[in-house]
Design a protein around this ligand. Sequence first.
Ligand SMILES: C[S@@+](CC[C@H](N)C(=O)[O-])C[C@H]1O[C@@H](n2cnc3c(N)ncnc32)[C@H](O)[C@@H]1O
Length: 199
Amino acid sequence: MREFIVRARKAPVDADRFLASVGSGAHVEYLAHIIVNALFISKGHREDASLTLVLEDSADFSRALTIQGNSLGSLSGMNEGALLNTCATALRAGKSLQKEASIICDDGIIVKAISFEHLVKEKAATRVVYMLDRKGDDIRETGVLGNPVFLLTDHIPMPKKTFNSLIRQGVVKLSLGPTMLHASQCISVIHNELDRLGC
Ligand SMILES: C[S@@+](CC[C@H](N)C(=O)[O-])C[C@H]1O[C@@H](n2cnc3c(N)ncnc32)[C@H](O)[C@@H]1O
C-alpha cells in the first residue's frame, strides 16, 4: 500500500468556509488535483493507494480525510468542483467528532479528528515514513521500502519544530530532484518511480 498524507495548514475544516475558499484564501482547489493524482489513473483507480488530507484551519481539531483506493465508493464526479464537494460533505459528516474519534461516510471516506503530528506518530510506529524534501535522499538512489507512507505539505513549509520531531521519530527525507514541484506533481512522480520498480 502506498500512502500519502498531505498537511493542508490553511484549509478550513468548516464545510462552508472550505467551499468558499475555492479561488481565494486557502485556494483549496489544489486538493482536488492531489486527489486525482493520488488515486486515479486512466480508466480506473489505484487499488494500492491511500490519501489522507489533514485540514488544519479549525475551531476545534484538525480533520483527516482518508480516501482509500481499495474501498473507493462512487465519488460523485472527477472534476474539481465535484471532488471538493465530496470533501465538504465528509467535513459536514465529521463536524461534531470528538478528539481522535472517526466516522466512515457512505462513499467510503474516513473522517478523523486528529492532528498531523499524532497521525504521523501512529504511522511511524509500524511503517517506513518518508518526508518529501528537496534536500533529502534521492528517490532513485535510496530505494523506497515496502508499504511506504509519504508526507507532503501544501505551499507552507513544515514548521522547524515539527520537522525536527519527525526526524527524531525516524522519518526519512526524500528528494524527487532539484525542481520545486506542487504536492500533486510530487505524488505523480512517486507513483511513476514505484510503478517502474514494480513495487
Ligand atoms: C509546493 S511544495 C512546498 C513548497 C514550500 N513553500 C517549501 O518551500 O517547502 C509542496 C510539497 O512538495 C514537496 N516537494 C516539492 N518539490 C520537491 C522535490 N523536488 N523533492 C521532494 N519534495 C518536493 C515539498 O517538500 C512539499 O512537501
